[in-house]
Unconditional design. Sequence first.
Lengths: 682, 71
Amino acid sequence: MSMTIALAGNPNCGKTTLFNELTGSKQHVGNWPGVTVDKKDGVYKKNKEVVILDLPGTYSLSPYSAEEIVARDYIVKDKPDAVIDIVDGTSIERNLYLSLQIMETRIPMVIALNMMDEVEARGDKIDCKKLSEELGVPVVPIVARSGKGLAELMEAAIETARNHQKSERVQLFDDELENVIAGIADLLRGSDPDESWWKAIKLVENDEVVAKTIDSAKMDSIRKLVESANKNAGGDAEAKIADYRYQYIGKIVKECVRKAHRGHVETKSDKMDKVLTNRILALPIFAAVMYVMFACTFSENFLFIEGLPSPGVWLAGIVESVWGLLTDAVVGAVEGVGASEWAVGLVSSCLDGVGAVAGFLPLVLVLFLLLSFLEDSGYMARVAFVMDRIFRHFGLSGRSFIPMLMGFGCSVPALMASRTLESDKDRKITMMITPFMSCGAKLPIYAMFAATLFAEGNHTVIVFSVYMLGIVVAIIGALLLNKFAFKSDTSNFIMELPQYRVPTLKSVLIHAWEKVKGFAIKAGTVIFASTVLIWFLSSFNFSGMCDMEESLLATIGNGIKWIFAPLGWADWRASVGVVTGWIAKENIVATFGQLFGGVSDEVVEAVMAGEEGLPAIGEVFNKVSAYSYMAFNLLCMPCFAAVGAIRREMGSWKWTLRAVGFQMLTAYVVALLINVVGNMIF
Amino acid sequence: MPLSMMEQGDTRMITEFRGQEEMKRHLQDLGFIRGEKVRVVGENASGMILMVKGVKIALNRALANRIMVAD
């Protein structure tokens, strides 16, 4: 008999570790419909009939966040065969609050009492047998990290699921409150008495999401009952319910848990926090950590050694050269059999498309190995807190810093790092502005213009000012999006700081691998399709294959160039450059090399490095319009790889298009301002 | 008095929360209920770090201003 067992629990309770231990590498990651919350499921290693589903980490089943709504809808509506509720034994009181709420749904459940090694190390004792008797639910002690107790846990869970063994109903509330709940449940009179009872509790708790599902005639009588409950509870039945739950927990914890020390004992985590969240030290330490992370992923001069590539760059170089050899070999073979010119072009453009995806994988891998280490160790929660004060001014969360900083290396992994943000709004805004951070591929564009049009001594200032422009526009963009597009109140910050733990190698590897796989599959299709499309447009016209000068793309460039007239560069070659830049931004230089006089590859290389200018572009650009062009390409739609990453992280085309639309609009407005104001001054 | 006035090392009892229902509920889920003891274990420019029900919680001053503790 096949069955589904769902894992529920607080954030940081070790749920993901348990999931990884139970399913091994056979996991499937998707999205819950309509929200950007990961949906992970996998098959139990030791019994292929059992599907394990990892619910998002939540503190309760009230509808505070998207995660909580997802978790409770799944438990109440989809009804898994059993729920394993993971309780962190080191903070049992707070964790049992969720357990009681899951018990209220009366789904068959088992409690996994995790982190028992840490409980023992503290000298505390938890009587699992007694706890199980009190709660009326099987309780199994485990250590998810080492795999201890997992066989027993799964045995208990499968048994509970097979017997459809409902958790017992514990009387938590006083008689008056119980009567009101019974009265409301009676009014609801659903087909499932357990569901009616659960809904009745939620209605007393003023749960708007549940209230919306009830027809208005019934709601009137229900409201009267809730009113009477409020009156009895001194105005606030909801607080009373929470209070009763905690009282009950307090009582059983007193009976079942024996602490070695009364009061709080300073742990290793506390000592670390004294340094890592310290008023003065926190920011410098964070800056150092970020530097190391950035250097490991993107640096060309790793550890300050000239020419030594970082692990990320080194791997990317290997992938690129292997792919280059492969492409040459395949294209050579296709030419060898005498295929027509267009077939050779198609094959090589397809290979370029796949290569564009493959080239990013090493960066994604290295960055996420490091990021998931920081996340799983507990440090990331501190980062969010420490950076909160600064980023709150811009209406962003402290965690936005990481994607934005990584954006200076490459937008692709940077955008994927936005997953670590807590709120949906912060995630979306961060994704919209992260591409404004000037990535490595945009530098050759600035180098070309600086070397061609600006005086020798000004090159650095010009390039630096473009980088600064990106940062300023990102900040203004975040403020405007917050004010007009999301209209949110961002005044509150509250977050648990979990204990520091050394992450297991397995969970770090699985996390990074998931990211790489997700990018290759989801973003890969977008990148591949658009690369092939642009190749087609740039090498064909209606009479067949041709040079770029006569291609469809040139026709399009001529057709749309008037749009850019207000920006100072109404030229078809400039327009074509924008489009080829979407494959990869540094392509703009190669395109210009071809369209402005057909210079050799060696010259293009030199132009990219800023060693040589491309005098022919002076026909079209002056200083002001060149700056406007640089700003436009900095801010407009990023390369297709980044768009693919946005698509994957947003989880919807609608939001992807909104993000791209916002970026295009911003680019246009900023470039327009530069051109107008610039021409007034110079 | 508001929780934000507490000093590092202080332990006091929560009396009430003045703010939106939604946030009140979330605070309850995290263990902030009337009569519960909170201890301030850290402070920095972003806000305060508290110990509630054996768990460390960080929050900013805006929120700490709305949580009342016994004088």
